[in-house]
Ligand binder design. Sequence first.
Ligand SMILES: [Zn+2]
Length: 346
Amino acid sequence: MLKAKVSLNAFPSFPLADLHAHLGASVSPTTYWEIAHEQGFKLPERDYHRFIEYITLSEKRKMELKEYFDTIYHPLLDPLSSGTFACETATFQIMSGAYRSSNIHLIELRNNPMKHNHGGQEDLDHIIMAMLRGMEKALLQYPTLRAGLLFCMDRQFSYEKNAVIVEKAIKYRRRGVVGIDLANYYPPKGFAVKDYRGLVRKARNAGLKVTIHSGENAASDDLWDVVGYLHPDRIGHGIRAAYDKKLMKRLAQKNIVLEICPMSNIATKAVENLEELAFCIKTLKEHKVRFTINTDWPEMIEQAHLNNQFAMLRNQGVLSESDLRECAKTSLTASFIPKGGLSAYL
Ligand SMILES: [Zn+2]
């Protein structure tokens, strides 16, 4: 997100909020390139433009979530965004770039800190403090920006490792960690959402908010368990709920807000195409399920900055301008970030 500025006359002219962006997929390829060269990191492509092509998805280059995770995200982007230098630089660049280029006035940036410490080589507190330094720097430079971090537990991690993530989130709560998530899919045998009831309750009792990845594609649909056992404030994706009337009713009753990520769903084939995405969004709207529009991977998908996604949804007739204003408003009200920018954490 390094582009210099956003045109104030272009659509959308109203302030945006991104509630669902992953650190590893929000670093601009230019920043990745510079971080890698600063540290002598060996890249799979020696040419800058080929490197960008290699890590970026687009309308023409779609890839299923698992394939992207296994071939690019975990083997390349995780180590590239690891270490204190990368974490501080990345967090600062992501947050300041979002404000400058996408009209984003509020950003919740999520990550699993254990995916950014080179497999345990670096101390977790140093990694977390590096992210917080990057965030504080961005909040100092852009005083109207509001920002916060979310820590993601992982369905593929052991319960014990996830308990450490929650502990760290609680420890840094006053410094800018505002919530927890349970991310990643394809859990090992024996994993059960209901086993996380206690841990999620502990986080909530400590003042953290809760969002849970679920229902992104057919393979990751444990929405009923998530809603029934974890009582999240929000759900990451949840687009599959559009195929379950009873579930939509429950989501609306419980006032759970969905974090819809349109271009990510298209690029990773969570939905077949724009038509299916439009069907899901319109169905959720009809059933009065509250939802927001977010990026998920703003830099690893071509043209996926939040302002572009708003423009795409309007131009393709998926949502009207007033619907999109409503989405932006919902994001602000459903955000976990306290009012007051940097002063909220001082
Ligand atoms: Zn996500």
